[in-house]
Design a protein around this ligand. Sequence first.
Ligand code: DGY
Length: 417
Amino acid sequence: MQSETQKQFDEAARDILRRNDRGGYTVPTAGLYPFQWNWDSCLVALGWATFDPDRAWLEIETLFKGQWANGMVPHIVFHQPDDGYFPGPDVWQAGEAIPSSGITQPPIAASCVRMLLDLDPSGLERARGLLPKLLAWHRWFHTERDPDATGLVTTLHPWETGMDNSPAWDEALAEFEVSPDLEPYARRDTSHVDSAERPSDRDYDRYMTLVETFRAHGYGPAAVQHSPFKVADVGTNAILLRADRDLLALAERLGAPTQELRDWIARSEAAFELFLEPQSGLLHSIDQLRGGRLAAATHAGFLAFWANAASDGLEQAFEGWLNDADFIVPSMRVHDRKFDRKRYWRGPVWAITNFLMARGLEDHGASELAERVRNDSRKLIVRSGFYEYFDPLSGQGLGGAEFSWTAAMWLYWAGAD
Ligand code: DGY
């Protein structure tokens, strides 16, 4: 790439982070997402780390200010009011020191802390401060979300998986009715972004039915017990497995006890093969209420590369998945009947999942494939800008513009030398 282009894009990416900075935390994008989102912030910290390490640590420390006493780190922390988003704090009625949502998101924080420390070894004391908080969150996952110690943690809401309207959830969402008492509500997301690029109203009614169910049960174990949606998400479990290993490395480095972490890791490693559909070689999430793997496989299964939990043949299945896409990695296989090139997690390409897959591939020697994924990520950004996601056929930018985690992925990975 011309170094002038590189410089321009680096500067534009930094500018996005600065403009989305609300003082200690970064909103994913102005308008559509006006608060602190959990996995967004952790990945965004990697972007900050390339030019302002102190600010990078602060991003994660601010997220943990929203941590609950039981260890859970909420998926949204509502540091200050903003009526541009629904459902806001008045709907969730949750949070302790700070209002928050009542569910979590993929636990990528420990992996990001490890990457931050690699870039900024002088941050060791900041990592030490975060270690007990990270451990408490992982312990919450391995107990409240896996009370029988099966090695697979459950997610109660598509929002917890970070991949809200993934085709993987269609089947499990169709298994329960929208609550007849659902309070009337007005979506705000479709006033910021074309509704063809967002989840459907049908999905939203179910998302809100789940929120109202959890609120009625006061969140916590009662919500787990009464949730009509319980899925072992292959993406969340892959992210947790790698994060446990990263936390183990951190604990060893800081001289903290490690046995509990080793037990979690061994359990998750043993259970991971349950995601594998032997015939297709793809990994599917599991419906824990009805038992069995869900019908639709999505790109989330390839996060097994990130977790170093890929079965033999997954690389080959991955190459097949890339067929017919002009830009990789599509979140749904292009010739699948559920593929929708524009709609959020039903087809579009995401820079952050591209990073996780590519980094996992690279770690395990598949550097050519990893470079292919990075090249397309770079091309998409140069061609269309720092969008939330991209059409895998035309490369068009979709969803929110000036998106923090896309800018961060540019700085940390896709656009880095
Ligand atoms: C949204 O509102 O679209 C978010 O993805 C939920 O976290």
